[in-house]
Design a protein around this ligand. Structure first.
Ligand SMILES: Nc1nc2c(c(=O)[nH]1)N[C@@H](CN(C=O)c1ccc(C(=O)N[C@@H](CCC(=O)O)C(=O)O)cc1)CN2
Length: 299
């Protein structure tokens, strides 16, 4: 029997932990966790994600601030906003929604967020801590942190003896996911578009993670029987079967056929996606606990 992970349910359990930790922190120290989310431009998907983040932050009991800036925002004005948020003692977490509209450059902005407020986990200090196996001191990028919750709930804390293959090497997902799996003692391969015989490499994986952005690229014969398959892709494709001009979301994994081979699999939608926002809340409460000199909860 294949287990299809219910990402919404797991995310809801993470949010319950965040809510309880928020109440404890406020009642014991008077500190209310604060999250600032910054969005530039008018991309509809980004606006939807940011609204969900701001709404969820309120539900968690945080001070939730959203800065919505126009397309024409200059690099300097955006940098000034980040500097102001860095200096604001009520704000424990800062997230700049990506991608930024052209010609804005995201990297200088990401690196200007104070590492201790970088709840996206993208600052080189946080990426470096993760790369050196320091999982307690830094903040981890939200989507891989969420995928690791699924892995821990399936296999436990120690992945010794398991082969993990991560297809994709982005800074937002592939690299931190590989580092997290390695820190949990898995034998990790980071595969990408230039990997030779990708299907054969994937077939070796006990844990196969797909983050390539190519609809349904991973096929059933790429999957080792009994493997755990985590799909991080979110691709909107035409769905003429639903009516003229209709679309649907699919992952990077051909779900129906791969579900017959895997023992555990995540769906799209409803798998890793909801964990991204839940782990942003988790990172914010971790940052607030650290600022207050308290030991943060574990997720
Ligand atoms: N600064 C950041 N920018 C972006 C990130 C990020 O982690 N930090 N990730 C993505 C977008 N994203 C959050 O920002 C995000 C993507 C998807 C989901 C989600 O819940 N997806 C649902 C489907 C949603 C739909 O119907 O469209 C799912 O998979 O079930 C949440 C957050 C890029 N930018």
């Amino acid at each position: 029997m294949t287990t299809v992970i219910d990402g919404k349910a797991v995310a809801a359990s993470v949010i319950e932990t965040v809510k309880s930790a928020t109440r404890t922190l406020e009642s014991e120290t008077g500190v209310r966790a604060g999250l600032a989310v910054v969005i530039v431009g008018d991309d509809p998907a980004s606006h939807a994600y940011v609204s969900s983040k701001s709404k969820m932050a309120k539900e968690c009991g945080f001070l939730s601030i959203q800065h919505t800036l126009p397309n024409e925002t200059s690099q300097q004005d955006l940098a000034k906003l980040v500097a102001d948020l860095n200096a604001d003692p009520e704000i424990h977490g800062i997230l700049v929604q990506l991608p930024l509209p052209k010609p804005l450059q995201s990297e200088p902005i990401i690196q200007s967020v104070l590492p201790e407020k970088d709840v996206d986990g993208l600052h080189v200090v946080n990426a470096g801590k993760l790369a050196t196996g320091d999982l307690e001191g830094g903040l981890v990028s939200c989507t891989p942190a969420g995928a690791m919750v699924f892995v821990r709930r399936t296999y436990g804390e120690d992945l010794s003896g398991l082969n993990a293959v991560v297809v994709g090497r982005s800074n937002l997902f592939g690299k931190p996911m590989s580092a997290l799996l390695l820190a949990a003692n898995a034998t990790v391969t980071t595969a990408h578009s230039r990997t030779k015989d990708l299907p054969a490499v994937c077939r070796d994986a006990d844990i196969l993670v797909a983050a390539v952005g190519r609809p349904e690229m991973i096929k059933a014969d790429w999957v080792k029987p009994g493997a755990m398959v985590i799909d991080v892709g979110i691709n909107r494709v035409p769905a003429p079967e639903r009516g003229e001009g209709k679309t649907k979301l699919v992952g990077d994994v051909a779900f129906e056929e791969c579900a017959k081979i895997a023992s555990v699999i995540t769906p799209v939608p409803g798998g890793v996606g909801p964990m991204t926002i839940a782990m942003l809340m988790a990172n914010t409460i971790i940052a607030a606990y650290r600022k207050a000199g308290r030991k943060p909860p574990k997720f």
